[in-house]
Design a protein around this ligand. Structure first.
Ligand code: DX5
Ligand code: ZN
Length: 221
C-alpha cells in the first residue's frame, strides 16, 4: 500500500500562535509541515523565512519541515534554511539560474531536494536532473495564495510525472500543492500523487483531526 503523506500548509495557520497551531495539527495526525516562503518578487505575497523555521524547531517541532521556496534568487536561502532545520527544500526551476547547482547545494546541506512546477511549467525541466531530485512538487494553483481552486489539468500532469518517476526506478515523492480537499484527494492520489499539501482545507476547520481522518479515509478507499 502507498505510504501517503499529509502536509498541512502553515500559510493558513494562525501566525499569532504558530508553534501551538503546528503542534496541534501534527497531534491531529499530519505527517509533514509544509512551509511556504514567499518573497513579494517571484510571487506577489510575502511570508516567512528561516528565523520562523528555527523558531518552530526550538519550540520542539520534530516532524519533517518541507520548505517550499517561492523566491528568486534561491541559492542564498538554502544554507540558511538547512541550518534552521529544514528537512526538504523545493524551489521553482524558473527562479534559479543554475538548477543543477541549486539541487546539489540543497543535498550538500543534508536536505532532500525537489523541483516545483507551476501549472504552465513543463516537466522537461526534469530531463537532466532526475537522478538528483527526491521530490517533484506540482502546483495545482498559481503560487502566491492559499484558498484557490484546484486546476483540473494538473491531474493529467500528475499522471505524466508519475510515469517519469516509475521509469526512473527511483524513490521520488510526488507532491501536490493547491486546492487539495477531502472531496478531491482521492482523484489526486489515483493520478499518482503520494504527498498532499492542504492549507485552507485543514486550518479552516475547528477540528483538524476530523478533516485529516476524512482525507485518510478517502485515500484508503
Ligand atoms: C500556494 C502555496 C500553498 C498554499 C496551499 O502558493 O504554495 O502551499 O498554502 O493552500 P490551499 O491548500 O489553501 O490551496
Ligand atoms: Zn506550498
Amino acid at each position: 500500500m502507498t505510504d501517503y503523506l499529509i502536509a498541512p500548509s502553515i500559510l493558513s495557520a494562525d501566525f499569532a500562535r504558530l508553534g501551538d497551531d503546528v503542534a496541534q495539527v501534527l497531534q491531529a495526525g499530519a505527517d509533514v509541515v509544509h512551509f511556504d516562503v514567499m518573497d513579494n518578487h517571484y510571487v506577489p505575497n510575502l511570508t516567512i523565512g528561516p528565523m520562523v523555521c528555527k523558531a518552530l524547531r526550538d519550540y520542539g517541532i520534530q516532524a519533517p519541515i518541507d520548505v517550499h521556496l517561492m523566491v528568486k534568487p534561491v541559492d542564498s536561502l538554502v544554507p540558511q534554511f538547512a541550518e534552521a532545520g529544514a528537512s526538504i527544500i523545493t524551489f521553482h526551476p524558473e527562479a534559479s539560474d543554475h538548477i543543477d547547482r541549486t539541487l546539489g547545494l540543497i543535498k550538500e546541506q543534508g536536505c532532500q531536494a525537489g523541483l516545483v512546477f507551476n501549472p504552465a511549467t513543463p516537466l522537461s525541466y526534469l530531463d537532466y536532473v532526475m537522478d538528483k531530485v527526491d521530490v517533484i512538487l506540482l502546483m495545482s494553483v498559481n503560487p502566491g495564495f492559499g484558498g484557490q481552486s484546484f486546476i483540473d489539468g494538473t491531474l493529467d500532469k500528475l499522471r505524466q510525472a508519475r510515469r517519469r518517476i516509475d521509469e526512473s526506478g527511483r524513490n521520488i515523492r510526488l507532491e501536490i500543492d493547491g486546492g487539495v480537499k477531502v472531496d478531491n484527494i482521492r482523484a489526486i492520489a489515483e493520478a499518482g500523487a503520494d504527498m498532499f499539501v492542504a492549507g485552507s482545507a485543514i486550518f479552516s476547520q475547528p477540528d483538524y483531526k476530523t478533516v485529516i481522518d476524512r482525507m485518510r479515509n478517502e485515500l484508503a478507499s
